[in-house]
Design a protein around this ligand. Structure first.
Ligand SMILES: CC(C)(COP(=O)(O)OP(=O)(O)OC[C@H]1O[C@@H](n2cnc3c(N)ncnc32)[C@H](O)[C@@H]1OP(=O)(O)O)[C@@H](O)C(=O)NCCC(=O)NCCS
Length: 145
């Protein structure tokens, strides 16, 4: 069994987080964006660690709603519950801060992530054409906390 730790992101994690984002996500983000997200809400940026960073979740909050901006797990460590552990901890933090709902956007072709979020009680509530840089559409998924 892999005994990893879920903890808050630290700026020293940046290179590894970018590496995971680049191997997992289709959009490309400037390094400063990760730091801006962290500075805006440090408790909403979590990493899973076991010797190295295995995955991360980065969120934002507006009024009483949280948003999952990015969630990714290293390819070789997927399907071991790490994404679930990150999302569960993120939801617990949202709850402790009095937030009432969570929303996120997901590429309509990303069946893996859609299945993953559905398992956590997220429902598709809308469709945004041309959401991503390459013109792909997104579903908005949402759940109460
Ligand atoms: C989505 C992602 C974060 C899931 O992380 P993970 O650590 O592999 O997820 P878990 O092991 O916690 O999976 C939990 C459940 O989600 C569902 N799931 C996960 N991967 C799946 C897949 N490839 N196909 C179908 N269902 C899947 C399953 O129900 C799984 O439970 P099970 O393994 O008991 O069947 C990971 O696949 C990833 O990094 N994908 C690339 C980046 C991405 O698409 N991010 C989301 C968009 S913002």
């Amino acid at each position: 069994m892999l005994v990893y730790l879920i903890r808050e992101f630290k700026p020293q994690d940046l290179q590894q987080v970018i590496e995971i984002a680049n191997e997992s996500l289709t959009e490309r983000y400037f390094p400063q964006l990760f730091l801006d997200i962290y500075e805006a809400w440090p408790r909403g940026f979590l990493v899973a660690e076991f010797h190295e960073i295995l995955g991360f979740i980065a969120g934002s909050k507006l009024s009483n709603e949280a948003r999952v901006l990015m969630l990714a797990v290293r390819k070789e460590h997927r399907r071991r519950g790490i994404g679930s552990a990150l999302l569960r901890k993120f939801m617990a933090i949202c709850k402790s801060e009095g937030l009432v709902s969570i929303r996120l956007e997901v590429r309509t072709s990303n069946i893996t992530a859609i299945e993953f979020y559905k398992r956590f009680g997220f429902n598709i509530i809308s469709f945004i054409p041309n959401y991503y840089t390459n013109g792909d559409a997104a579903y908005v998924m949402w759940r109460m906390i």
